[in-house]
Design a protein around this ligand. Structure first.
Ligand SMILES: C[S@@+](CC[C@H](N)C(=O)[O-])C[C@H]1O[C@@H](n2cnc3c(N)ncnc32)[C@H](O)[C@@H]1O
Length: 402
């Protein structure tokens, strides 16, 4: 069995190469990228249509594992047990999504029998005709999808049986949905081609690094990133860093960002405000904090020339940062009202005109001693500036010019 993906156009070529590399590493299979030349040879209207031509492109191969270019192989896996079987091997698409129901209807299958065509295993004996049929159906089935509707329809019409793999073998939008404990083997990342080449490379490196065995702060990270999109060489501070997960995400996504990372990584004293706040990290032992500190350093080591780590409490770190120097300050430390209001007042003068005051964990009913909302309401009224809420419990206040 060989593995095949398609990469046409600058971003997709890069994605396909990185995806292919992850496939080789995790499966040991010979992995090929079909490119512009193959598309031209077959005079195809769309790169996806190369899926229909795989057995022509690899005339000596009997079994092919196909995956889209925005895929990443995260764990070691082997698929040889599926060679030459009558079943198409694939993963069900998100059956609970409206568009899946709609497209399944278009293809003439039930949503529970509708597969995602970003990953599947086929063999010449049993499935070559399915690929040909799908191509022929392009003429009769009108669909916004370039191949998925037609492949599903072809499979159903030819009554090809399916071997469903668990969703961990083609976890859709995994970079947005993965949580600790998920055991994802192959992930699919939509929207990658919109990112810069540098960001794409970073994503693959990040996910393949064994130290990155955690879920990234995509929600809160993107909420910050979209607000500093037009700022060149932004300078920011994260107050409360923990394992450096958000720091790593921000530094990776913005290769021109300089970030000050502030955290004492220190066990709280018994009866302290932080301990009483109910936060897990108010009870965390020193040994664990030392590990978190080491992890934060390791995770951000790729950007060590752009990070500044201050191992101190927020208020002790403040004098080490120049007034009016920051494009954003992200407050994510002691979540009590007193802790947040102190941090806000201390970090406010550090921001540039039009800088972004922001933070995390806006409102949590299960932590009655937290007071992020109260502090943000208060400062918003005082500054006569409204705040915005965004993904992942974030809040933002954009300052006016001085
Ligand atoms: C919720 S975690 C931060 C998560 C991190 N921002 C992220 O997104 O990955 C809270 C962190 O705040 C730190 N912390 C608690 N009190 C602090 C203080 N006074 N100054 C700075 N950091 C503090 C804790 O040590 C802990 O690591």
């Amino acid at each position: 069995m060989i593995a095949v993906t398609i990469g046409i156009g600058e971003k997709y070529e890069l994605l396909a190469e990185l995806a292919a590399e992850s496939c080789r590493r995790r499966t040991g299979m010979q992995t090929f990228v079909l490119g512009a030349q193959a598309m031209q040879k077959h005079q195809l209207a769309h790169p996806h249509h190369l899926k229909f031509k795989m057995f022509t492109e690899f005339p000596k191969e009997e079994n092919i594992l196909y995956f889209d270019a925005d895929t990443i192989f995260l764990r070691n896996c082997s698929f040889c047990q599926f060679e030459n079987k009558p079943d198409l091997v694939c993963v069900n698409d998100l059956a609970d999504k409206g568009w899946v129901t709609q497209d399944a209807r278009r293809a003439g299958v039930r949503p529970t029998e509708y597969f995602n065509s970003g990953f599947f295993i086929v063999n010449r004996t049993h499935h070559e005709k399915m690929l040909a049929k799908a191509e022929a159906l392009l003429a009769t089935i009108k669909s916004p999808f370039k191949d998925q509707t037609h492949l599903n329809a072809a499979r159903a019409q030819l009554k090809i049986p399916v071997h469903w793999l668990p969703k961990e073998f083609n976890w859709l939008d995994f970079h947005l949905t993965v949580k600790p404990g998920h055991n994802i083997v192959i992930g699919h990342m939509h929207g990658m081609a919109k990112r810069t080449a540098e960001q794409i490379r970073w994503f693959y490196q990040f996910w393949q690094n064994p130290a990155s065995d955690f879920y990234p702060r995509v929600g809160r990270g993107d909420a910050i990133l979209k607000r500093i999109q037009t700022v060149k060489q932004p300078i920011g501070a994260e107050v409360g860093v923990l394992r450096g997960t958000l720091s790593a995400y921000l530094l990776g996504a913005r290769p021109d960002l300089h970030l000050t990372m502030v955290d004492p990584w220190k066990q709280s004293e018994a009866g302290s405000r932080y301990e009483q706040s109910g936060s897990t990290f108010g009870f965390t032992k020193q040994g664990t904090f030392d590990q978190y500190y080491a992890t934060a350093l390791k995770r951000t080591a790729f950007a060590d020339y752009r990070r500044r780590v201050i191992r101190a409490r927020s208020l002790e770190a403040v004098p080490q940062v120049a007034n009016g120097s920051l494009d954003f300050a992200f407050i994510d430390a002691d979540h009590t009202y007193e802790g947040v209001i102190e941090d806000i007042r201390a970090w406010l003068p550090k921001l540039k005109p039009h800088g972004l005051l922001c933070g995390h964990d806006f409102e949590f009913k299960q932590y009655p001693k937290w007071g992020v909302k109260k502090a943000v309401d208060e400062i918003s009224a005082e500054l006569k500036l409204s705040y915005e809420r965004d993904e992942d419990f974030t809040w933002f206040i954009r300052l006016r010019s001085a």
